[in-house]
Design a protein around this ligand. Structure first.
Ligand code: TSX
Ligand code: MN
Length: 594
């Protein structure tokens, strides 16, 4: 077997060496590349991919590449994602479950010889700042060079991760595109095996297996698989939280800085909020992360968060200088664009803020027909976080950042007011559990249908969602109420009778953040309503806006009674796992609405 460096020189970690050797025997690759994580290494791999016609260098964006996937490999595949706990009940009603030994048997046959003719890459990666006690190390073995170059941007990978690991246990993740190459067989530009796709998680053993897809969330195992599904199971055992949340720092005109974490289902503009340019004079926002937060209670009793990732894997369509100028500047260089359109040394997508250039190559790699989307709705950019002009240096703090408020937001054209503050920690957990959002064209299925997505964790919770609710309740018992962040529900998407958005959104959301910020320093009043606390008109800075307060905050009791009935019915599926504290919140809400 041909190695780029001898295994014994690369690591002395016995369990790691053993796993690599066993995986080589199982997958039968042609070559082995042990990653060191240097720029030279990824540049060389990228050059090989350009040579093979997989990547196209972008003349107008230094260090950047365009590529497109197989048309059947464009998104996460929830129907092929499994939580393989010993007991079905421990995966819960919201996850697909397979009995572990049965899944292991199936995986054994899938992975046997699956890397023939390919290079097996070993990627050590650290989720979280180097040197942080909160960080965790994973090792991904993959036969995809696309995965290697993306992991280089999305994680702290290579030598530095091995140094952090020392001789400790790691989270193993085995990934293959699932297309072995016979002797002399020509490779495809985007090999994948959609018919046999499976993404399997073993939350008890803490391992990941992904077969048949080369796409983002299915293949970059540090992200959704580890940092959310496996980490949520670890967090429950170890008393912390692994959440689908952005983290932003907000500084007021007096120079006081506070941190906010926020969970939104997909297509709600989470990355835009993570990089918000506040419209209010003197206010400054900085970005710690746009997707995942690992949070724990610190020595002082406050909740601290780290972003386990080192990059952004963001949806391109809709990103423009108007909607997210900071993201636009972040992706000017050293970026990978997957499934956007391509034109003359640059990329293009719907909603980029300019007319489509002539001679456009669509995401399918063929001349654009001018009718169907030129960029796939789920097309992505991959870029290191450090390139964001408002990247918060505190994102590197090994202790994390102290969280003053937690937001739960969905896309709701009615019922939910612009902002509501929870009455208590448990009521806040109820707001998180109650999160739902209307589907958009970007998601598959019906448009405008309300989809429950508790804590925006529906596809990402690695164990029983009812037990996850209970874990959130439990976290609230581990410190004093005054040290816990206040919890909010937000909704930027209310519409008027004509179907027009009432709230201007984007940078103007800073007005809501300002009230939340001032609540955290006990400097702003709140009005109690049956559904929670709302800002009284004088406490919400609406200066210079046309929007009227009442349409943003009206509470329709009949609509809310319907909402309550729907929640009651939804929560039934969690059976005995549904915590009594949340049943009590449901009951209290019902009483308050009478
Ligand atoms: O990201 C969004 N945010 C959060 C920004 C920090 N979007 C885009 C969602 C797609 C992923 C929004 N869209 C937001 C929002 O706050 N609000 C809206 C709805 C909206 C759209 C357009 C206008 C106003 C509201 N106005 C004009 O186009 C002029
Ligand atoms: Mn996400």
């Amino acid at each position: 077997m041909q190695f780029n460096v001898p295994l014994s020189e690369w690591t002395t970690h016995a369990a790691l060496s053993k796993w690599i050797e066993e995986t080589i025997l199982q997958c039968q690759p042609a070559r082995v590349h042990l990653c060191v994580g240097s720029n030279e290494e990824v540049d060389q791999i990228a050059a090989q991919m350009v040579e093979a016609g997989i990547l196209v260098p972008l003349a107008k964006r230094p260090g950047s590449y365009w590529c497109h996937s197989h048309p059947d490999d464009v998104a996460r595949v929830e129907e092929s994602t499994f939580i393989c706990s010993e007991k079905k009940e421990d995966a819960g009603p919201t996850n697909n479950w397979k009995e572990p030994s049965e899944m292991k048997q199936h995986l054994k046959s899938l992975f046997a010889g699956c890397m023939q003719g390919r290079t097996l890459y070993v990627i050590p990666y650290c989720m979280g700042p180097l040197g942080s006690p909160l960080s965790r190390v994973g090792i991904e073995i993959t036969d995809s060079p696309y995965v290697v170059i993306n992991m280089h941007k999305m994680t702290r990978m290579g030598r530095q991760a091995l140094d952090q690991l020392k001789n400790d246990p790691f989270i193993p993740g085995l990934h293959s595109v699932g297309v072995p190459l016979k002797e002399g067989q020509q490779d495809e530009p985007w090999p994948c095996n959609p018919k046999q796709r499976v993404i399997a998680h073993f939350p008890e053993e803490k391992s990941i297996f992904s077969f048949g897809s080369g796409y983002g969330g299915n293949a970059l195992l540090g992200k959704k698989c580890f940092a959310l599904r496996i980490a949520s199971a670890m967090a429950r055992e170890q008393g912390w939280l692994a959440e689908h949340m952005l983290i932003l720092g907000l500084t007021n005109p007096e120079g006081v800085k506070k941190y906010i974490a926020a969970a939104f289902p997909s297509a709600c503009g989470k990355t835009n909020l993570a990089m918000i340019m506040p419209s209010l004079p003197g206010w400054k926002a900085e970005c710690v992360g746009d997707d995942i937060a690992w949070m724990h209670i610190g020595k002082d009793g406050r909740l601290y968060a780290i972003n386990p990732e080192a990059g952004f894997f963001g949806v391109a369509p809709g990103t423009s200088m108007k909607t997210n100028p900071m993201a636009m500047r972040t992706i000017e260089k050293n970026s990978i664009f997957t499934n956007t359109a391509l034109s003359d040394g640059d990329v293009w997508w719907e909603g980029i803020g300019s007319e489509p250039p002539e001679a456009l190559t669509s995401w399918l790699g063929t001349p654009w027909d001018g009718k169907s989307p030129a960029a796939h709705p789920n097309s992505r950019f991959t870029v290191p976080m450090t390139q964001c002009p408002i990247y918060d240096p505190a994102a590197e703090d090994p202790e994390g950042v102290p969280i003053s408020a937690i937001l739960f937001g969905g896309r709701r054209h009615n019922v939910m007011p612009l902002v509501t503050e929870a009455l208590s920690w448990n009521h806040g957990v109820f707001l998180g559990a109650s999160l739902s959002s209307e589907t958009t064209a970007a998601a598959k299925g019906e448009i405008g249908k309300l989809r429950h997505d508790p804590f925006a964790m529906l596809p990402f919770c690695g164990y029983n969602m009812g037990d996850y609710f209970a874990h959130w309740i439990d976290i609230g018992k581990h410190t004093s109420a005054s040290k816990l962040p206040r919890i909010y529900s937000v909704n930027w998407y209310r519409k008027d009778a004509e179907g027009k958005y009432i709230w201007p959104g984007f940078g103007e959301n800073a007005r809501v953040l300002k009230w939340i910020f001032e609540r955290a320093s006990d400097k702003a009043p709140a009005t109690t309503t049956p559904i929670g606390q709302i800002p009284p008109q004088e406490a919400l800075d609406l200066s210079g806006l046309q929007t009227d307060y009442d349409s943003l905050f009206s509470i329709d009791k009949d609509n809310w009674k319907k909402e309550l009935q729907d929640l009651k019915e939804y929560f039934q599926r969690f059976g005995t796992h549904f915590p009594k504290e949340l049943a009590r919140e449901l009951h209290h809400l019902e009483e308050r609405l009478k």
